[in-house]
Design a protein around this ligand. Structure first.
Ligand code: CU
Length: 452
C-alpha cells in the first residue's frame, strides 16, 4: 500500500455502464483534513497455495495470498482499491461492514461484476473504526472457499493500548487427498452449508502462534468460513471481549468463549499467560441445527508462550459511548421471515418472506427501522445487513448482554431477533441475507432501496 495521487482519467471498464451514482460517490470520497488516500492495487487470481503443509492447492485469492492483503487505514482516510480480475470467471468485491455509498458496496445489485481482464476502482471514505473484511460477492460458495477474502482494519483516534495486535482470519476448507478443493455438494451440504475439515488461521492449517509471557494482545478475529460457526475458546482461559462487528463496545466483557456466527467479527484482549504455557485456540461444540453435529472441540491454532516481556497495555473500563437507538417499547415496522422449502435445484431451498431473492419494501432516510427477524427453520442463520450497523434489541425476547453495533447476528432456529437501525443518507440498492453461503445462493436474501 502506498499513497498516490489519483488520476481522474483512469479506465473504469466495469463501471462504464453504471449510472451517475458511481461517479458521484467516487468524486465525493475525499479524505478528512490531515488524512490520506490509501491506494491499493488488487488482483483477483489463481495460484498455488499450501492450506495444509506439504499439500499444494489451486487457490483463488487477492495478490497471490490467502487471505488477501490485510488492509489497514485510519478513520477519515479514503481507501482506493484498483481491482483487476485475473480469474477465469466474473467477480465483484464486497466491503463487509463498511458504511459506504451503495455504488461502492460491491454486489451485482449495484455494479456489473468484473469480467476476466477488467479493472474497477472502489473509492470510499472510511467512516468507522473496527475490524472489517472484504470478500467476493459472486459465485461465493466457490470463490470464498478458494480464498477470495481478506481483512480490513480501520483504527480510530482513541484506541486502547495493547502490547501487540494480531488479526486472525478463521476459515475452513474441504480438501481432496490430492489437494484439490471438493466441488460443492447437494442435499446435506445445501442444508448445512459447507464445513471443511481443514481449519485455517490466515490461510494456514492450525498454525502455531508465539506470544510473550506477561503481555496483553488485541486479537481481531474474523469468521470467513462458508458455514461454520465458531464458539471461540483460548485454552478455556478468561479473556475480555472489547469489540464486535462495528468496533469497540462500551466496556470490556470478561468471557471464556465468544460466538462468531459466519461473517461476524470479535475483538478480544488476550490474557496475560505464563512462560512455557501451551494453549489451544479452538471452537467449542456448538449446535446450530445442522445434520452434521459437533461433539468435540476443533483446533484452529496453538499458542506457545515464550519469555516474558514488559506490559504497557492500558485497557480502560470505558471504551466507547454508544447511544441506544431505541429506549422503551417499540413496535417493529418490518417482519423478516427466514424460511425454507424442498426443491429440485438446490435440494433445500431457502427464502425470505416465502420468496427466493425477495424484493423488499424500501426504507426512507432518517426513518428508524425496527425489524423482527424470524427464523422459521430448524437451523440457525447468520443474518447480515449490508452497509448499515444495527443494534440488537432482543434475541428470543431477551436483551443481549451488552450494547454493540453489528452487521451480522445469529438468528436461532425457530427463534426471533429484533434489531434497530437508522438509514443515514446513503440512498440506493442494498441487501440483507443469510451469510451461510449455500443458503444465500439458494435464495435466502432480499434487496431493497433506501430512498430519500
Ligand atoms: Cu442460513
Amino acid at each position: 500500500m502506498n499513497d498516490h495521487h489519483h488520476h481522474a482519467h483512469v479506465a473504469i471498464s466495469a463501471g462504464a455502464d453504471l449510472d451517475s451514482t458511481y461517479a458521484e460517490a467516487f468524486a465525493a470520497a475525499q479524505p478528512d483534513p490531515g488524512r490520506r488516500v490509501v491506494a491499493v492495487e488488487m488482483e483477483a487470481g489463481e495460484f498455488d497455495w499450501e492450506f495444509a503443509p506439504g499439500i499444494s492447492t489451486r487457490a483463488w485469492g487477492f495478490n497471490g495470498t490467502v487471505p488477501g492483503p490485510t488492509l489497514e487505514a485510519t478513520v477519515g482516510d479514503v481507501l482506493e482499491i484498483r481491482l483487476t480480475n485475473r480469474l477465469p470467471e466474473p467477480t465483484v468485491v464486497h466491503w463487509h461492514g463498511l458504511r459506504i455509498p451503495a455504488a461502492m458496496d460491491g454486489t451485482d445489485l449495484v455494479q456489473r461484476p468484473l469480467r476476466p481482464g477488467e479493472t474497477f476502482i472502489y473509492r470510499f471514505r472510511l467512516p468507522d473504526a473496527g475490524t472489517f473484511w472484504y470478500h467476493s460477492h459472486f459465485n461465493e460458495t466457490v470463490q470464498l472457499e478458494r480464498g477470495l477474502y481478506g481483512a480490513l482494519i480501520v483504527r480510530g483516534p482513541d484506541e486502547p493500548v495493547f502490547d501487540a495486535e494480531r488479526t486472525l482470519v478463521l476459515d475452513d476448507v474441504a480438501l481432496e487427498k490430492d489437494g484439490g478443493i471438493k466441488p460443492p455438494g447437494r442435499w446435506i451440504e445445501s442444508h448445512d452449508g459447507r464445513e471443511g475439515g481443514t481449519r485455517l488461521v490466515n490461510g494456514r492449517q492450525e498454525p502455531e502462534l508465539r506470544m510473550a509471557a506477561g503481555q496483553i494482545e488485541r486479537w481481531r478475529i474474523v469468521n470467513a468460513a462458508s458455514a461454520r460457526y465458531v464458539l471461540l475458546s483460548v485454552g478455556g482461559r478468561p479473556f475480555r471481549i472489547v469489540g464486535t462487528d462495528g468496533g469497540l463496545i462500551p466496556s470490556p466483557v470478561t468471557a471464556t468463549e465468544v460466538l462468531l456466527p459466519v461473517a461476524a467479527r470479535a475483538e478480544i484482549a488476550v490474557c496475560p499467560f505464563e512462560e512455557g504455557e501451551t494453549l489451544y485456540v479452538e471452537t467449542l461444540p456448538f449446535n446450530r441445527g445442522s445434520f452434521k453435529a459437533h461433539r468435540k472441540p476443533a483446533r484452529f491454532a496453538t499458542v506457545r508462550v515464550g519469555a516474558a516481556a514488559p506490559s504497557l497495555a492500558r485497557i480502560p473500563e470505558r471504551l466507547r459511548e454508544i447511544e441506544r437507538l431505541v429506549t422503551g417499547d417499540v413496535s417493529p415496522n418490518r417482519e423478516v421471515r427466514l424460511g425454507f422449502s424442498l426443491g429440485l435445484k438446490h435440494g433445500v431451498e431457502f427464502n425470505i418472506n416465502r420468496e427466493q431473492h425477495h424484493v423488499a419494501e424500501p426504507v426512507r432516510v432518517g426513518d428508524l427501522q425496527v425489524w423482527d427477524v424470524h427464523n422459521r427453520s430448524p437451523v440457525h442463520h447468520p443474518f447480515h445487513l449490508h452497509g448499515f450497523f444495527f443494534q440488537v434489541l432482543e434475541v428470543n425476547g431477551e436483551p443481549p448482554p451488552f450494547l454493540s453495533w453489528e452487521d451480522t447476528v445469529n438468528v436461532p432456529a425457530f427463534g426471533k431477533v429484533r434489531i434497530a437501525w437508522l438509514p443515514d443518507d446513503r440512498p440506493g440498492g442494498w441487501m440483507y441475507h443469510c451469510h451461510i453461503l449455500e443458503h444465500h445462493a439458494a435464495g435466502m436474501m432480499a434487496h431493497f432501496d433506501v430512498v430519500r
